[in-house]
Ligand binder design. Structure first.
Ligand code: HH2
Length: 281
């Protein structure tokens, strides 16, 4: 795939992007849109982390703050209270690299201290303190595009050209991270499906994902159970797996390297077939 990244470096090594990598979602939250409350107790969250690692997750993405549309921010202390014990336990017991899904540099710093090797920031590392931290900690990063903030992002999001604008935003974030000293191979990008986007914007971004992959960085996509799938017919989050796999497959065909997923086993199986069709010669 032209312009495609080959590796994604993180604090403890690198992920070779010779096949689609699966980032398992671990929401240690009471209110996430599809699994809120299921893993808010540390023991349940750690068990689910083991389960996803056994199912073939290449990364575990641990978050303590829901960013669903309309959500309010969670104080850093509360976010860390939720994710801290889970990261500490998983870092001791699984080999699968851990990422921390946070917008707050203070949470990222504690998470990395406890063993996380990637920082996944849905605000695209807009906070200069976050940029400084990820540069100094030599972690892998995900810079995601979001229009505004979770509280208001779905109030009539508007773009002249969503693909061009998201690409320009991500190019700007890559430049800011590189200027701070983050190595190019550590910077992954993500179009931010559902983050300040109407159905047409989400579809355009997935359809033209090759234009983001052409920036030459690993591309992460999170389509799992997202509401754009409901708008195309499937209702409740639990009914969105077929749509999630269809969208992930198309995204991989268009250059995505990492798929963020709640249903790890099914996604691993689907991506094996997608990889065999797309990547073998
Ligand atoms: N989506 C969510 C959260 N973090 N990170 C990246 N890089 N890309 C995404 O698309 C993405 C993300 C939202 O999904 P979820 O974590 O299941 O929900 P909630 O924010 O309600 O916890």
């Amino acid at each position: 795939m032209a312009g495609s990244a080959k590796v994604w470096r993180h604090r403890a090594g690198e992920l070779v992007l010779d096949r689609t990598r699966i980032m398992g979602v671990l929401n240690v939250t009471p209110d996430s849109f599809s699994d809120g409350g299921l893993f808010s107790e540390p023991e349940a969250a750690v068990r689910h982390g083991f389960e996803m690692a056994d199912q073939g997750a290449d990364l575990l993405d641990i978050g303590g703050e829901s960013t669903r549309p309309g959500s309010d921010p969670v104080p850093a202390e509360e976010e860390w209270r939720r994710v801290g014990p889970v990261i500490e336990a998983l870092a001791r017991k699984v080999d699968t690299p851990l990422s921390i899904d946070t917008m707050k540099p203070e949470v990222a710093e504690k998470a990395v201290g406890a063993g996380a090797v990637i920082v996944n920031d849905v605000s695209g590392m807009r906070d200069p303190a976050m940029v400084r931290f990820v540069a100094s900690a030599r972690v892998g990063v995900v810079a995601m595009h979001m229009l505004g903030n979770p509280k208001t992002m779905q109030e009539h999001p508007h773009y002249e050209d969503a693909v061009r604008e998201v690409r320009a935003y991500l190019a700007d974030r890559i430049a800011a991270l590189q200027a701070a000293g983050v190595p190019s191979e550590a910077i992954a990008i993500d179009p931010g499906v559902g983050f300040g986007k109407e159905l047409e914007h989400n579809l355009a971004l997935l359809r033209h994902l090759d234009q983001l992959a052409a920036l030459g960085h690993p591309v992460v996509v999170g389509v799992s159970r997202k509401s754009f799938i409901a708008k195309l017919g499937a209702g409740e989050p639990g009914e969105r797996l077929p749509g999630s796999l269809a969208a992930a497959t198309l995204a991989v065909a268009k250059g995505a390297h990492v798929v963020r997923a709640h249903d790890v086993l099914e996604t691993v199986r689907a991506m094996r077939v997608a990889d065999a069709l797309l990547r073998s010669t």
